[in-house]
Design a protein around this ligand. Structure first.
Ligand code: SF4
Length: 180
């Protein structure tokens, strides 16, 4: 029996006893398989996330079992649940406190668009206050869908250029959200 493949290697050139790839791809490989999520769970979608962390779905298979409730020690903000407008500034502060590079998943209809709560007190999507990288549909999404969102984020992270965070496009995006 051969050795199990733990993570697919990035594009590169291989020969007898060597493998060569770019620095960006090597960093991307490490980042995508060691994402540390900050679960910002405010209601029912958070329960689905608990199932996603459990033994059956086991998010540890993707290198993301280390949850962080400290923004500075996490790089993946997972927003799961209804975000009341009063909670908006708290969510934004948590996002700002996270160190770069960082990514965001809006899990479920409420985080993505306000969901069924089209009302004065509910934020109609977290992308009104912070940038979002991946949206997971559903009310609630099943754990498989949450894992699908993680895989989509992994694709983004693995292919992100090391220069992106210093690019004009990224600075413009931050300026749009009035984040320095
Ligand atoms: S999307 Fe549905 S399940 Fe998720 S927090 Fe909103 S109401 Fe609850």
């Amino acid at each position: 029996m051969g050795h199990p493949i733990i993570a697919e290697p990035p594009e590169g050139v291989s020969g007898k006893g060597f493998f060569v790839t770019s620095f960006t791809k090597a960093v991307g490989l490490a980042r995508k398989n060691s994402l540390w999520p900050l679960p910002f769970a405010t209601s029912c979608c958070g329960i689905e996330f608990m199932a996603t962390m459990g033994a059956h779905y086991d998010l540890a298979r993707f290198g993301s079992e280390r949850l962080s409730f400290s923004p500075r020690q996490s790089d993946l903000l997972m927003v799961m649940g209804t975000i009341a407008k009063k909670m908006g500034p708290v969510l934004r502060e948590v996002y700002i406190q996270m160190a770069e590079p960082k990514w965001v998943i809006a899990v479920g209809a409420c985080a993505s668009s306000g969901g069924i709560f089209d009302t004065y007190s509910v934020l109609q999507g977290i992308d009104r206050i912070i940038p979002v990288d991946v949206y997971v549909p559903g009310c609630p999404p099943r754990p498989e869908q949450i894992i699908d969102g993680i895989i989509k984020i992994q694709e983004l992270v693995g292919n992100e250029s090391l220069r992106r965070r210093n690019s004009k496009e990224y600075n413009d995006l931050m300026a749009l959200y009035q984040i320095e």
